[in-house]
Design a binder for this molecule. Structure first.
Ligand code: ACO
Length: 320
């Protein structure tokens, strides 16, 4: 028997506090015009001091579980993508499992930075194909505001906090058609948080640093390539894509990717203006929005794409 993963519920959560570009103008030498014209970002959400990544993940997961019409007890496996865990260990997935009031089923984190959700979905899909689980919860959750250098206007304006989740159900019909993951560790230095915990102290610089121009070019190149790879694997044409949901880093990266694929922007789900870059949470946040507002409908082809630190990138093609 061939099994597929069907996405039967989506959910998301954005922290209450909104930080607009105008708010940033008051605390650093920047402008709404500079940020918006280069990135398409107008605002981002910032987690409260007492919120952890697992708290954001919990709300998004509860919403996805409710939308799926199941209970937390039905979840057989939790895969959670994050680069901003509550602590070094245990994993956020384990905290989330406990907060959902369940125990026994496996739960683990995936660390692929902004590609994390696409990686997590691909991993979950492999488990689903084995037929072992009925329902798998896949989450992307991040509090990037805590790893930003708020004195570096070149990076801190780009990111925000949030979480998104999906429930996968074992199905005999697609579902996820295919997934395509890649990494090239030779590019580790162009986007990193080069700090670690050692001997009871933080060593190195545990704040995000980035070569913006290099990241931009790399992202556009690989998002185009991996989309072509996913289409070729399924003998589909660019025109068969009903919705492209790319990682939400920067509107210019999203537009350049759509251009490469010959897609009109009205086939692209973009939330970067309101969410900024929420790393592993960006794709499930955008997906949830487009599912809930009715844009994504049964039978459509939805292409999810991630790209981020590592460097990592990947695509998951879904028949809704
Ligand atoms: N406000 C005002 N001025 C700024 C700001 C700011 N927030 N940030 C930088 N500047 C200034 C710089 O100091 C520089 O001034 P100078 O010319 O006097 O030295 C000038 O603006 C140009 O700086 P650049 O860094 O060259 O700006 P650029 O036009 O390349 O845009 C940006 C920077 C937006 C980061 C761009 O490189 C980009 O979009 N990169 C993509 C990276 C990205 O989105 N990363 C997200 C994470 S990666 C991922 O998720 C895949």
């Amino acid at each position: 028997m061939t099994y597929y993963s069907k996405i039967i519920g989506t959910g998301s959560y954005l922290p209450e506090k909104v930080l607009t570009n105008r708010d940033l103008e008051a605390i650093m030498d920047t402008s709404d015009e500079w940020i918006f014209s280069r990135t398409g970002i107008r605002q981002r959400h910032i987690a409260a001091d007492n919120e952890n990544t697992s708290d954001l993940a919990l709300v998004a997961s509860r919403r996805a579980i409710e939308a799926a019409g199941i209970t937390p007890q039905d979840i057989g496996l939790i895969v959670l993508a994050t680069s901003t865990p509550d602590m070094v260990f245990p994993s956020v997935a384990c905290f989330l499992q406990a907060k959902l009031g369940i125990k026994g089923s496996p739960a683990f984190d995936v660390q692929a930075v902004c590609s994390g959700f696409v990686y997590g979905l691909a991993i979950a899909d492999q488990f689903m194909k084995s037929g072992q689980y009925e329902h798998i919860l896949v989450v992307g959750a991040e509090i990037f505001s805590r790893i930003l250098d708020w004195n570096d206007r070149g990076t801190c304006v780009l990111f925000g906090d949030g979480a998104g989740a999906v429930v996968l159900k074992k199905s005999t019909a697609p579902g996820i058609l295919s997934s395509h993951l890649h990494a090239d560790g030779n590019y580790a230095n162009i986007l990193s948080v080069p700090g670690s915990v050692s001997g009871g102290k933080v060593s190195g610089q545990p704040l995000l640093q980035m070569e913006g121009g290099t990241v931009f070019k790399f992202a556009v190149k690989v998002l185009g390539e991996v989309a072509e790879e996913a289409l070729a694997a399924n003998q589909l044409q660019k025109s068969d894509i009903d919705w492209l949901i790319p990682h939400q880093a920067n509107m210019r990266i999203i537009q350049a990717t759509a251009r490469k694929l010959g897609l009109d922007m009205d086939k692209v789900v973009a939330t970067v203006e309101r969410h900024a870059n929420t790393s592993a949470a960006s794709v499930p946040l955008a997906l949830d929005e487009a599912v809930r507002d009715g844009r994504i409908r049964a039978g459509q082809h939805v292409l999810l794409e991630g790209v981020g630190g590592g460097f990592t990138w990947g695509a998951v093609l879904v028949k809704w």
